[in-house]
Design a protein around this ligand. Structure first.
Ligand code: URA
Length: 429
């Protein structure tokens, strides 16, 4: 294959042949293709798209560009991928809950970037928690405990690593074929037989509209099916943050509250719903109703919390030591009586980032104690002088800047307002 002919083919809106696409991905992984040719091709894909079959071939080639994990278990292996949002800590209670229900959850997660948080940063706020385990240890812990949560390694889907870095600097990130192949190549390399997607839409999500979220979900499901996996997607709201806590250690506290049968209703509802769909999709339960009952029963029994504590200990986490706490904890007070009409996820995400909870560049280290807690939600009533939320920071200037953003994010009026709707759709094959 002559690289410029391959680029011209996509530039002219044509369909690539399997052998050429596989060859192209080999060139990306080996380094024989230069950045400028890969970048030109990425822009051609961004502009002209790919067929479902091309996406599946690209995903398969990227998946096989590195190591793949295989489990030999007598329980179903299943994972979930969320497209990310503000306060989205669902993976943390979900993985141990599913493990305690009888599934195996090999979870490879990411770090926060921009306004969205990342599971790895949240877990690292637990003193000693190690997310950089070898694949062998990851496999062994998943087999022994039913779940393990680590970060991406250099050996899983290395073609995606190079492609993602180039997409990031060439304006080619928001392309459904490229996003699909990127997410799926990494998720399929983990070895799960079934995958649940939580595709979010709204101001705090990658996809701004429900239609865009459904389009991405459709491509993720189709690609998974073509590559022999069971897939389902929930389309969920991200116009408002999930739960009351945004920030790494704060979200660990909220996740542990969920595992103790407490915590905010929306986080509990989505955790239980995702666990039930995973149990049904993977074949652990014959009906969704049976799966919902099993999820609730397992959470209530305390077994999900026991599994979380066992996973923490196995990964070096020491919960006898305190989680990081911020020096400054300042409430933002309601200026009038009223009902919360909306809490804008994007502005709250920007406020959390301003407080130091996130990173602006991949190389930065977030302040694990910083963030927002006790955040009121749409439909809740407040009286003048009552806290709308509490800001946690280690820097007074950051606190001042974040205060303005939080005030802009929360709309209050005397009109009645229903709580927001969370799960909009369930898509499957
Ligand atoms: N997450 C990924 O892993 N890849 C993308 O392209 C977008 C989100």
């Amino acid at each position: 294959m002559i690289p410029q002919w391959f680029i011209e083919e996509k530039r002219d809106g044509k369909v690539h042949q399997r052998a050429d696409l596989e060859d192209w991905v080999r060139g990306i992984t080996s380094g024989s293709l230069p950045d400028y040719q890969i970048s030109a091709w990425l822009m051609a894909v961004y502009l002209n798209g790919m067929t479902d079959e091309e996406i599946a071939i690209l995903t398969d080639a990227m998946l096989h560009s590195g190591e793949t994990i295989h489990f030999n278990l007598d329980r179903p292996t299943v994972d979930k991928h969320s497209t990310g949002g503000i306060g989205d800590k669902i993976s943390i209670p979900l993985a141990p809950l599913c493990a305690a229900m009888g599934m195996a959850v090999p979870m490879i997660s990411g770090r926060g970037l921009g306004i969205t948080g990342g599971t790895l940063d949240k877990l690292e706020s637990i003193p000693g928690f190690n997310v950089r385990l070898s694949i062998d240890t990851f496999k062994a812990l998943t087999e022994r405990l039913g779940c393990c949560m680590i970060g991406q390694t250099n050996t899983l889907a290395p073609a995606d690593r190079r492609l993602y870095a180039l997409r990031d600097v060439t304006g080619t990130v928001p392309s459904i074929p490229l996003i699909t192949a990127s997410i799926m190549s990494k998720k399929l390399a983990e070895g799960a037989d079934a995958l649940l997607f939580d595709v979010k839409f709204g101001s705090g999500a990658f996809m701004k509209t429900q239609a865009q979220a459904c389009d991405l979900a459709h491509h993720l499901i189709q690609t998974g099916l073509r590559l022999g996996r069971k897939c389902r997607a929930l389309i969920t709201d991200m116009n408002q943050p999930l739960g009351r806590a945004i920030g790494n250690a704060l979200e660990i506290r909220e996740s542990m509250a969920i595992l103790s049968g407490e915590g905010p209703a929306d986080v509990r509802h989505l955790t239980l719903a995702e666990a039930a769909h995973m149990a049904h999709l993977s074949g652990l339960c014959e009906t969704l109703e049976a799966a919902e009952a099993l999820a609730q029963e397992t959470l209530d029994s305390g077994k999900a919390m026991e599994t979380f504590l066992a996973m923490c200990q196995a990964q070096g986490g020491d919960l006898t030591k305190p989680l990081p706490t911020a020096e400054l904890q300042v409430p933002i007070l309601a200026e009038s009586d009223g009902v919360i009409q909306s809490v804008d996820a994007e502005r709250i995400g920007k406020a959390a980032l301003t407080l130091g909870a996130g990173r602006v560049a991949v190389t930065e280290t977030p302040d694990l104690a910083a963030g927002i807690d006790e955040l009121l939600q749409q439909g809740e009533t407040v009286t003048k002088g009552q806290p709308l939320c509490v800001l946690h920071a280690n820097d007074a200037d950051r606190l001042t800047a974040a205060t303005a953003l939080v005030k802009e994010a929360i709309t209050l009026s005397t009109e009645a307002c229903a709580p927001r709707h969370l799960i909009y759709d369930v898509l499957s094959a």
